[in-house]
Write a protein that binds this ligand. Structure first.
Ligand SMILES: Cc1cc2nc3c(=O)[nH]c(=O)nc-3n(C[C@H](O)[C@H](O)[C@H](O)COP(=O)(O)OP(=O)(O)OC[C@H]3O[C@@H](n4cnc5c(N)ncnc54)[C@H](O)[C@@H]3O)c2cc1C
Length: 268
């Protein structure tokens, strides 16, 4: 069994973290380890109200790490994230599972993190790296050895039609991901500028699809561009084999799902 320690602030929680401790968010992942007897001996949680805040600042939104998927769905400023949150687990999981926990949820979980990666979120930490915001790319890369606890994530609201998300699962509507894809394709003068593409369940954690980003950047979102993007969908990726799908299957269907997502974003 694990002992649970409750502290007042996230900074206190960060100070309490040690070798045999884990931070407890909504617990939808961690409590399974507790039940299996494989969790660390000490779980640290906080009642810090700041973690549950959602603040809109112009075209930017700050989301506390303790915000649940259900809270995302209830917030009108986060409508661009509703299609993502809606596809995470069933109602009980969405009522408990948090944004912060999703960044560290193991494969094949992490669908919300995939969306945040494509959106280029900035992550504010408490603990060793407290204060300054870090690009989500860095936080996800270091997620096996996180340097502190996540306090909040900040994203820029995407312009209309520039952001899309697709989740492929065998059981609808709440199966876990065979893969998930998020695309941010802002356009200027009819050309895509600064594309960001992220894949879920195609590596040990969420990853950028840089070959697809190169295929999109500077192009209009037409059928030729979409076809080129689909052809390079898995370049640089080595998808895992797991009980949901083989690596071969993931490689075979990735281009098909990317093509459908880009077409749904207005590609002709
Ligand atoms: C039946 C079921 C279905 C699910 N379906 C999906 C799905 O479709 N898509 C999906 O993405 N996930 C899914 N999940 C996984 C999980 O529910 C979500 O990923 C959820 O967002 C995890 O958040 P949590 O707060 O419950 O994490 P927890 O279980 O509390 O923690 C998970 C990990 O994150 C760490 N952590 C939590 N908060 C922080 C923080 N603020 N800073 C640093 N580390 C932190 C914990 O220490 C732990 O290592 C499912 C889970 C279940 C049980």
């Amino acid at each position: 069994m694990s002992d649970v320690q409750t502290v007042a602030t996230l900074a206190d929680a960060a100070r309490q973290m040690g070798a045999d401790s884990a931070y407890l968010g909504g617990g939808t992942v961690l409590m399974r380890d507790v039940n299996a007897g494989t969790a660390p001996s000490r779980l640290v949680r906080t009642t810090d109200p700041a973690l549950g805040e959602i603040r809109a600042l112009g075209d930017r939104v700050v989301i506390g790490a303790g915000v649940t998927m259900a809270q995302i769905l209830a917030h009108r400023d986060l409508d661009f994230l509703h299609p993502v949150a809606r596809l995470i687990g069933g109602p009980q999981v969405r009522n408990m599972g948090t944004v912060g926990g999703n960044l560290f949820a193991p494969h094949p979980y992490g669908d919300f993190a995939v969306a945040l990666l494509a959106l280029g979120a900035q992550v504010t930490m408490a603990g060793a790296s407290s204060g300054s915001a870090r690009p989500i790319d860095d936080v996800l890369r270091d997620r096996e050895r996180p340097s502190g606890l996540v306090a909040s994530v900040e994203v820029q609201r995407p312009s209309a039609g520039s952001f899309g998300f697709r989740k492929v699962s065998r059981v609808k509507p709440k199966g876990v991901s065979v893969m998930s894809i998020a695309v941010l394709a802002p356009q200027s003068g009819g050309r895509i500028q600064g594309a960001r593409v992220a894949w879920g369940a195609m590596a040990s954690g969420p990853v950028r699809g840089q070959a697809v980003e190169r295929a999109l950047d500077g192009q209009s979102l037409d059928s030729t561009t979409i076809e080129r993007a689909a052809q390079v969908a898995t370049d640089g990726l080595s998808p895992p084999t797991d009980p949901l799908a083989t690596s071969w299957y993931r490689q075979e269907v990735a281009g098909v799902h990317l093509r459908r997502l880009l077409q749904s974003m207005g590609g002709r």
